[in-house]
Write a protein that binds this ligand. Structure first.
Ligand SMILES: N[C@@H](CCC(=O)N[C@@H](CS)C(=O)NCC(=O)O)C(=O)O
Length: 324
């Protein structure tokens, strides 16, 4: 898989690790904001923005969940790339669950990046929030898109303004929890999978399972990660948990324990999955096909495992905990 360099597509291997074998994630490039304030360049208008996602991608998944929970579907429409990310990068049009690009008519996602900046240099990643008015990318940083969806569109009709995934009194604690979850779990699974040395892998592995063990403990007496309600911290953890047993255990060698082996994490995962609308954002076929078929260096024959059996619809026991 490749990247754009000065507007030209260059083929190069994914998952570069640094000299010490540690996986290094690149900084995101487009970092503007949709803001609900007088004179904002990107104002929250219905129908103005378009979201590009992959169902496979955990980072994109955060934004898809926020769009769903906040009731933004009528206001921000969607394109879904095909699960396979081949040598040409993310593409549209070959998968029955995919959704083509009615806005830019792109065959490859890189065309969307080039439409925003013909001399773009960097990775062509999902998610992308596109502004139809200016014909440019507002942001390709999922954590920031999630926050925009959480609050910037609240005055549009039908939007669930009551739901606040980043409430002011909990922000410091949410940021603290997010940091650990990001480093050791969200990005941690990638640090396992794309480690270039045994030592870098073992370091990532130990940090991942230490953080999962700690989270399991917290969830034995708290219903959610922060405070007494679901916040973005929960959804940011959810997107990795829901992929874990299907993909990360085998593909990224995260195999000390499965999520199914953790009673609290697995009940918590089912509770979140069963929240109205969330299951529609989870496409396990896309998730499995993407990882097992796209990372040639990890799985050269591209064979997709048939298992494991997963059923996130089974009952959960989280009602036993007070939400505090
Ligand atoms: N910082 C970005 C990372 C997004 C990301 O890494 N997306 C992956 C898919 S899971 C991607 O599109 N990768 C393609 C590439 O890096 O070339 C975010 O959180 O929005």
């Amino acid at each position: 898989m490749g990247a754009l360099v000065d507007g030209k597509w260059e083929y190069e291997p994914i998952g570069k690790s640094g000299g010490d074998g540690r996986f290094e994630r690149q900084e995101t490039t487009f970092r503007d904001q949709v803001e609900d304030r007088e004179g904002a360049r990107f104002a929250p208008e219905s129908g103005r923005y378009h979201l590009y996602v992959s169902y496979a991608c955990p980072w994109a998944h955060r934004t898809l969940i926020a769009r769903k929970l906040k009731g933004l579907e009528p206001h921000i429409d969607l394109s879904v790339v095909d699960p396979l990310m081949g040598p040409e990068g993310w593409a549209f049009g070959d998968d029955p669950d995919g959704m083509d690009d009615p806005v830019n008519g792109a065959r490859y996602l890189r065309e969307v990046y080039l439409a925003a900046d013909p001399r773009y240099t960097g990775r062509v990643s999902v998610p992308v929030l596109w502004d139809k008015r200016e014909g440019t990318i507002v942001s390709n940083e999922s954590s920031e898109i999630l926050r925009m969806f959480n609050s910037a569109f609240d005055r549009l009709p039908g939007v669930n303004a009551e739901l606040d995934l980043y409430p002011a009194p909990l922000r410091a604690e949410i940021d603290r929890v997010n940091d650990g979850v990001y480093t050791d779990i969200n990005n941690g699974v990638y640090r396992n999978g794309f480690a270039g040395t045994q030592a870098a892998y073992e370091e990532a592995f130990d940090a991942l399972f230490a953080r999962l063990d700690e989270t399991e403990e917290r969830l034995s007496h708290h219903r959610y990660l922060v405070g007494d309600r679901i916040t973005e911290a929960d959804w940011r953890l959810f997107v990795t948990l829901v992929r874990f047993d299907a993909v990360y255990v085998a593909h990224f060698r995260c195999n000390l324990r499965r999520i199914a082996d953790y009673p609290n994490l697995s009940n918590y995962l089912r509770e979140l999955y069963q929240m109205p609308g969330v299951a529609e954002t989870v496409n396990i076929r896309h998730i499995k096909e993407h990882y097992f078929r796209s990372h040639e260096s990890l799985n050269p024959k591209g064979i997709v495992p048939k298992g494991p059996e997963l059923n996130f619809d089974l009952p959960h026991d989280r009602g036993r905990l007070l939400a505090a």
